[in-house]
Design a protein. Structure first.
Lengths: 136, 136
């Protein structure tokens, strides 16, 4: 049976990275591990790891991506929760059997080789949920 | 210096607990640790612990609480992120010095003795952030 292991990260969509870092890094004191442009996602992402799950701040760098449209429609705030799973294909099959709507029919592969897929908020009670398999 | 230790939980506001459990517990397979009425919050809360941070599903049980109004206005979805801190009073002082707006001026105490306080979304980039001190 595929199993959810942990929350990997919580992603926050932001419209002003410096202003957001003034809160998460400077006021709360969480260390900024990396601020990276992710062209594949048309975003700039700030990674703020904690013990266990990390906070990610995601700022769209174009206005035509899914996250840019989300920001335009709903404003800044929480965007998705990412769950680490040990067997992403197995979990996706299990979800399909339960009639859960997936956004990606097959896992996508990130630049660093992680498999990921999103579950549609329609099937989760309004939460965009990402599944993430880190090790094979 | 007060320090953020980890994400303690992510809270999801739901309008139909059984339907939400059909996703989080039955489809994803996360174990339901406890389903509890929390009269002080006028809510029913499902606790779904994972390694590290847990998922909490919160369903208002009246229509006059803050979370009931949130649900009526914005619909079901992510509600807040809770960060564990080692020194909540110290952190609240630090935030005040940085002109971060707090919802609670003093920590509140839960039934089981934990200190908690909320930071206003206005100062966080649209995210309701809870601070939680578990041990003294």
């Amino acid at each position: 049976m595929p199993a959810i292991k942990s929350i990997n990260h919580v992603a926050v969509v932001v419209d002003d990275m410096e202003k957001s870092l003034a809160f998460w890094r400077d006021a709360l004191g969480i260390e900024l591990h990396e601020l990276r442009n992710v062209p594949a996602e048309k975003s700039q992402v700030a990674f703020l790891p904690l013990a266990g799950a990390e906070v990610e701040l995601v700022m769209p760098t174009t206005d035509d991506s899914g996250i840019a449209k989300y920001l335009a429609k709903r404003g800044p705030g929480m965007h998705h929760i990412c769950l680490e799973v040990d067997d992403i294909e197995g979990m996706m099959s299990q979800l399909r059997e339960k009639s859960i709507r997936l956004i990606n029919e097959e896992p996508r592969i990130s630049d660093d080789g992680k498999k990921y897929a999103f579950i549609h908020p329609e099937s989760t009670g309004g939460v965009l949920v990402e599944l993430y398999q880190i090790s094979a």
